[in-house]
Structure formats: C-alpha cells, structure tokens
Ligand binder design. Structure first.
Ligand SMILES: Cc1cc2nc3c(=O)[nH]c(=O)nc-3n(C[C@H](O)[C@H](O)[C@H](O)COP(=O)(O)OP(=O)(O)OC[C@H]3O[C@@H](n4cnc5c(N)ncnc54)[C@H](O)[C@@H]3O)c2cc1C
Length: 202
C-alpha cells in the first residue's frame, strides 16, 4: 500500500472528512486518520443546528461571513452527497427562536434589526403565529424570530456521507488509526506517525 498522499488529515470528524472531500474534488489526494470510528467525537454527538444567526457572533465579521458562506453551501453539498449515495439528512427546516420573557423578546427584536439587513427573510412572529407554526408550544410564548434559511443536519449522517463520497473520489480513510507523531522538515509537515506506521504528505 502506498503510504503517501498530498495531504494527511488527523481526525475523522466533520471537519477532517469535509476537508478531504473538498480537496478530492480539486484533485488533491488525502489520507484521513481517525483514532476511533468516523464521527466518534463531537460530530457524532452534535445537535446539528445549522444556524449561524444564533451561534456565531455577527460582530466578528470574518467568522460570521465564513458561517454564512457555509450555510449557503449546505443545500448543494447535501444534494451532491445524496447523489453520491448517502443522504446526510440536511433539512432546511428554518429555525424559530422563541421568547417567554419581555427581556428576551426585546433582545430578539434588537437582533432582528441587523438580521433584516442580511436578505435572509428573517421575520418576527407574534404569539399566535408562533402557535400556528408550533401548536404544542406553551401559551405563555410572547413571540419569536423565524429564520427560514437555517436548519439542521444529522452529524453522524453527514460524516458517513462525506466518507462515502470521499472514498469514491479516492480519499483514503483509516479508522481505528491513532496519529501519535508529526514528521517535520524545516518548518514543514511531511508526514505522520500512526498506529499503522508512517505516512508521508506533500
Ligand atoms: C452536544 C453537542 C451539541 C452540539 N450542537 C451543535 C449545533 O447545534 N450546531 C453546531 O454548529 N455545532 C454544534 N456542536 C459543535 C459541533 O458538533 C463541532 O463543532 C464539530 O462537530 C467539530 O467537528 P470536528 O471535526 O472539528 O471535531 P470532532 O468531531 O470532535 O472530530 C475530531 C476527531 O479527531 C479524532 N482525533 C483526535 N486526536 C486524534 C489523533 N491523535 N489521531 C487520530 N484521530 C484523532 C477524534 O477521535 C475525533 O473523532 C455541538 C457539539 C456537541 C458536543
């Protein structure tokens, strides 16, 4: 077996597997080493909310722009992965953030000011509109903000579908293979030491 690829990736969560998948689409070979099973870490445990409006600070512009770009990539990624054979179970269900106190309602309305500028059709729903959308919600609800372009993904399914599609594109995935050392030359990483021996990169 050739123990060489352009890139070596340590960790088979969503970040490592997605990196390998996108590299392969650009013709760059990679090997992904996961000490346990793919998705074993945070990616297999995630709630999977794809909701940058709620999870990423909008005043950190580079980070927020990256998160919005990621959000916009999801529908195409999910479609491509499904076409490759495994559905990552991404659903653009929208995200509804509800308020049960006047204080939180005020915060949500304040946030709506900058969210409205994003051209993402984010809107305020009054208590009746929230109840119409979520009939089981407590009647104490005061209202909420609905963001239709956000949604969720099943983390383990996303990882599995990336591994499946990546394998078809030539990525080599190694599970139960811990990396316990990094080889460098000058300031450059040229390989890793793993439980299955050394692998070269570059
Ligand atoms: C309970 C929970 C809920 C969450 N909810 C959300 C949410 O709703 N929305 C959201 O956007 N994010 C959420 N997150 C965060 C999100 O899941 C993580 O940001 C994401 O999964 C991180 O992916 P990762 O690939 O960087 O890390 P991981 O999935 O942790 O992958 C890292 C992998 O590296 C492997 N590894 C480590 N060291 C080595 C080594 N030396 N050799 C080989 N392999 C190694 C580990 O075994 C692991 O599998 C949540 C996280 C948790 C835990």
């Amino acid at each position: 077996m050739t123990k060489h690829s352009d890139v070596v990736i340590v960790g088979g969560g969503v970040m490592g597997c997605a990196t390998a998948y996108y590299l392969a689409r650009r013709g760059i070979t990679s090997s992904v080493f996961e000490q346990n099973t793919f998705g074993w870490g945070a990616s297999g445990a995630t709630a999977g909310v794809v909701g940058p409006l709620w999870h990423v600070p909008h005043n950190n512009e580079p980070y927020f722009e990256l998160a919005l770009k990621s959000l916009r990539m999801f529908p195409t990624l999910a479609s491509d992965l499904t076409d490759a054979g495994l559905d990552p179970q991404y659903r653009q269900s929208g995200v509804l953030k509800v308020a049960f106190t006047e204080e939180l309602a005020g915060t949500l309305r304040d946030d709506l000011a900058w969210q409205s500028d994003l051209d993402m059709a984010v809107e305020w729903l009054d208590a009746q509109e929230v109840s119409d959308r979520e009939p089981d919600i407590s009647p104490r609800v005061l209202g909420g903000v609905y963001s239709p372009q956000e949604g969720y993904v099943v983390g383990q399914s996303l990882v599995d579908s990336l591994v499946h599609a990546g394998t078809q594109l030539g990525v080599r995935f190694f599970d139960k293979t811990e990396v316990f050392g990094i080889e460098t030359e000058a300031s450059r990483v040229v390989g890793v030491r793993t439980a299955a021996g050394g692998f070269e990169a570059g």
